[in-house]
Design a protein around this ligand. Structure first.
Ligand code: SF4
Length: 359
């Protein structure tokens, strides 16, 4: 039987139950989920599914990540709520490719781990699954592993196996809607051009789960802890003089309530200056280089290959600013005389971060 897989939290429990109920079937897992965005989140979910299938001894096949085809398919349904038309099209697409794969492999039956997901409509899955599978001459197997305490049992299994638990369904539209309701930025969609790793980002989690896998492979012990902290995302920012953009680098936790301001510059000493508005601190690249022992030749170089987020943050310490200081700190090639216009659109918000502790 071909089993379409959506994520490890659903698949680990589902595959175990399926094996009990269909002992004569050889199960083949098929990970086809081009709906998952961004790609790093897709890689993370796949990584954990690989780990789960390896533990269960189930063969896993990865489908194509044809994200653009999926985007085209759901065009016009971006604002639909979960369980609406967009989801039906999403299931259609994933089941169609799964049914094709089942046909290619000579499988007569297929099913999906989405059936165990508490947030999905089983009626919708059943309707779509049966229709699509029939088109390819495959039987869609419907099982209900949610009722009679199934969901609680699934949660226990997920906890015991330390599976990666994502907190959104998968697509960028559901993510944006969810974060809007939570009044939180859709931090998963931030991707700096320099590809640096932001705190509590998908990339940070991906690195951590890869490390976890290598610890497990070596037989090591570990724990994953969660902790609350104030997170930061810079949406955009710039510095202008007489309408011309000046190359600049904005330090993490730089925040301006009004987002824009205009003021005169004042040179203080030794590569340090300030803008006489919004408590903005200006730092020359030369002073910045000295503080972090770097040798950036221009701001552009710094923008494309900055130090890590944590290293960058240390500059605030070196400048004697407190841990809770959110004054904007801007690095410029030189501190210009006259008036500057500054724009910083950033968010500081409570968040949760996972931490891997090797025992
Ligand atoms: S909410 Fe989930 S099921 Fe619905 S379209 Fe997005 S990824 Fe697909």
């Amino acid at each position: 039987m071909l089993v379409h897989i959506c994520c490890s939290v659903d698949s680990h429990f589902f595959l175990k139950r399926l094996r009990e109920d269909f002992p004569d079937e050889t199960l083949t897992a098929f990970f086809y989920d081009p709906n998952i965005h961004p790609y790093s989140e897709y890689s993370l979910r796949l990584l954990d599914v690989k780990r789960s299938c390896r533990k269960l001894g189930v063969k896993l096949i990865e489908g194509p990540y044809d994200f653009e085809v999926w985007l085209d398919a759901v065009k016009g349904y971006e604002r639909e709520p979960e369980k609406g038309m967009r989801c039906e099209i999403c299931f259609d697409r994933r089941f169609e490719i799964s049914a094709k794969k089942a046909g290619e492999l000579g499988e007569k039956r297929m099913t999906t781990t989405l059936l165990v997901s508490p947030k999905k409509s089983q009626e919708q899955l059943l309707k779509t699954g049966r229709r699509v599978a029939a088109d390819y001459g495959v039987e869609f197997v419907y099982v209900d592993y949610r009722s009679s305490g199934g969901t609680q049992l699934q949660q226990q299994v997920s906890k015991k196996e330390a599976l990666y638990r994502q907190n959104y369904c998968g697509c960028l539209y559901a993510l944006a809607q969810q974060r809007e309701q939570q009044k939180m930025p859709a931090a998963e969609l931030f991707s700096p051009i320099c590809s640096s790793i932001l705190p509590a980002s998908v990339e940070e989690r991906l690195n951590m789960y890869e490390k976890r896998l290598s610890i497990e492979d070596k037989g090591g012990n570990y724990r994953i802890f969660r902790h609350k902290f104030m997170n930061y995302r810079l949406k955009y920012g710039w510095v202008k003089q007489k309408g011309e953009i000046l190359p600049s680098h904005i330090l993490p936790y730089s925040y301006m309530k009004r987002r824009r301001c205009k003021g005169k510059t004042e040179y203080i000493e030794d590569g340090l200056g300030r803008l006489l508005r919004e408590e903005i601190l200006l730092l020359t690249l030369e002073r910045y280089n000295r503080l972090i022992s770097a040798d950036y030749s221009c701001i552009r170089e710094l923008i494309y290959a900055p130090p890590s987020f944590e290293e960058d943050l240390k500059v605030r310490d070196y400048l004697g600013m407190g841990a809770r200081d959110i004054s904007p700190v801007i690095i410029l090639e030189r501190i210009p005389e006259g008036s500057l216009e500054v724009c910083i659109d950033s968010e500081i918000y409570p968040d949760v971060r996972e931490k891997l502790v090797v025992m």
